[in-house]
Design a protein around this ligand. Sequence first.
Ligand code: BG6
Length: 464
Amino acid sequence: MTTYQFPEKFWWGSAASGPQTEGRIPGDHKGDNIFDYWFSKEPEKFFDQVGPEKASQVYTKYKEDVQLMKQTGHNSFRTSIQWSRLIPDETGAVNPQAVAFYNSYFDELIAHGIEPFVNLYHFDMPMYLQEKGGWLARETVEAYETYAKTCFELFGTKVKKWFTHNEPIVPVEAGYLYRWHYPEESDMKKAVQVGYHEALSSALAIKAYHETKQDGKIGIILNLTPSYPRNENDPADVKAAQIADAFFNRSFLDPAVKGEFPQELIEIVTELEILPDMQEEDLAIIKNNTVDLLGINYYQPRRVKAKETAVDTTNGPMPEDYFDNYEMPGRKMNPYRGWEIYEKGIYDILINVRDNYGNIDCFISENGMGVENEARFIEADGMIHDDYRIEFVQEHLKYVHQAIEEGANCLGYHMWTCMDNWSWTNAYKNRYGFISVDLADGKRTIKKSGYWFKEVADTNSFSI
Ligand code: BG6
C-alpha cells in the first residue's frame, strides 16, 4: 500500500459558478444574462428543456449547502458572482439584494472554515451588454472593469482569492467559432476580438485589484488541454500540436502569466488580416498586469495530427485549418461526456507550468467526471455509490502528487463540482457532484465520493 501525503495547508474543495447553481426567485432583481435570454427563446436547445432559472437554488439554500460542504471536507470553495445579479441593468446601479446575498454566502463559508474563492466571469454576459456586442465591444471591457472594482470594494475585506475569468477560451470557442453557445456564431475575426478583449479585461481587473492594496491574490482560471502529437517523431504532427497549443492554451496562458501573446498566434492572425482592434496602451496594460495565481481546469487532452483533410472554407478561416484532431486508437473515454480520460495530462500541465511559467503559484481549480443517470447507482443505503468518480479523482491526484514531489508549485485540488449543477446546454444531463440533487424537490444527498473526499481532506492524504 502506498500513502500519498499532500503538503500542509493544501486547498481541498470544489468549484461551481453562480449561473449554474443560484437559480432565480421572483423579486430577486437579477437581470438576464445570455443563458437566461437564450433559454427563454429556444428552450429546446437545452437538455430536457431545463433552464438556468431552475439550477440548484443555492440562492435560497446556501446555508444548508455550506453545511454539506463542511461534511465533505471542504476548506475552500469557488463560486462566481453573477454580473447580471449584482448589476442588473445598464444604469449600472448595484442590486442591494445581490449584495446581501453574496455577503451572507461568503460569511457563511468563512464561519465554517471554508475560504471563498471568487470568480468574476463564468460565461454569463449580461444581456444589456450582449445587445451592444458583448465581448466584441470595447464598452463591455470598460463595464467589466467597473464591475470588478465594485466587487473588490464590496467584498474585498472577506474575499482574499479572486479570479478574473473562468475558461476565457470557452466564450471564444462556444460563442464565436463552433456555435455551442449564444450568439452561436462562427467567425474567426470576431473570435479573435472576443479573446483579446477578455485578456485585456483580465489585466485591467488585476491592475484595479492591485491598486486597492488589499491583501489577497488575484488570478485567472484556464482550462488547459495538453496538446499531444499523433507521432512525436514526425515534425509535421509536432508542429500541428504546437499550433493547437497556441490557439487553445497559450492564447490565454501566455498573456495571463507572461504578459504577452504567443508569437505563433500573432503571425497567424496577422497573415489572416484578422488582428483585433486595439488601443495604444493595451499591450502595456497586459504586459504589466499579470496574475498572482493560476487556476488549472483539467478534463481532457487534445490529440492532434498534421492537416490531412481539405480545408473547409465555408465559414472563413478556422483554427482547424492548421491541424486535424486525432482520435487515438484505444484511448480511454468517459462514455457519457465523450471526453478522453488521460490522468497523466494533469502532471504534464503542472510540469509545463513549473518549467515554462516561472513555477507560479497554481492549483487544480477543476477536475471531474460527468456521468448520466446516476440514480442507477443508488444502493440500499439511499446513496449513489460513485466508485468510478473516486477512482477518477484518485488517479488524477496520484499525478498531482508526483508533480508536487518533482517541484511543481501546486497548492490545492478542487473538484468540479460540489453539488450536481446546471451545465449550460447539457443542463442536468451529466452529473458531476459529490452531492446529488433531486430535481423534483431540490433534496441533496452526499454521494459515496463525498465521504471519501472528506477522509482525504481530513488526513491530507490517501492510501492505495
Ligand atoms: C468546465 C466549466 O468547462 O466544465 C463548467 O468551467 C462546466 O462550467 C464543466 O460545467 C463541465 O462541462 P459540461 O459541459 O460537461 O457541463
